[in-house]
Design a protein around this ligand. Structure first.
Ligand code: IMP
Length: 177
């Protein structure tokens, strides 16, 4: 892997395809074991998680379902300002074992606002699998149940993650140089 340039910035290799795929196999093995006989519903949050979701789901060997949603935020009338809604969440979550698939948890803001909305639908359980976690960037407390890699607070790109629209197609993950 070599240094790459995207738009105006240089990125250096950080996680290889082999490291990513190896870790995904481990995450899937843990989920296969924990959810054996349960038919969990995976909810992948687009855009960033599409590649991770596909590879993770291929390694799931138990009975399982998946759906893909997009989160949109708009100015609400509440004092908190922004309101997050899920586009494409048509599955019934009641009594389901739900596993959210995220590409990266950065400040935790997105999930902090979105999780209570899911809880409201009374799933039997609600867990999170995130490929990347930047604990140093945390502003909102999020408990991640299955973490791929804990990484420093530096911008990363590749494997579904973009920098201003580009870089999602990279098989590896690069860090801002
Ligand atoms: P949070 O709400 O701050 O946790 O941010 C979550 C979202 O921000 C992720 O799902 C990503 O889409 C985006 N994001 C956060 N950090 C990065 C990064 O280093 N590279 C690319 N996207 C990022």
């Amino acid at each position: 892997m070599q240094q790459i340039v995207i738009h105006d910035k240089k990125f250096i290799p950080y996680l290889s395809e082999k490291e990513i795929q190896g870790r995904i196999v481990e995450l899937a093995a843990a989920i296969n074991q924990d959810y054996s006989g349960k038919n969990p519903l995976f909810i992948a949050i687009l855009n960033g998680s599409f590649m991770f979701a596909a590879d993770l789901f291929k390694a799931i060997t138990i009975e399982a379902e998946i759906c893909f949603i997009k989160l949109a935020s708009y100015k609400g009338t509440s004092s908190s300002g922004q309101v997050i809604t899920a586009i494409g969440l048509d599955a019934d979550l009641i009594n389901r074992d739900v596993i959210i698939i995220e590409d990266i948890v950065d400040t935790g803001k997105t999930l902090n606002e979105f999780l209570p909305k899911l809880q409201h639908q009374q799933p039997a359980s609600l867990k999170i699998v995130a490929l990347l976690h930047k604990p140093e960037a945390a502003k909102f407390p999020i408990r991640i149940d299955y973490t791929g890699f804990t990484i420093p607070n530096r911008f990363v790109v590749g494997y579904g993650l973009d920098y201003d629209g580009l870089g999602r197609n990279l098989k590896e993950i690069y860090q801002l140089g």
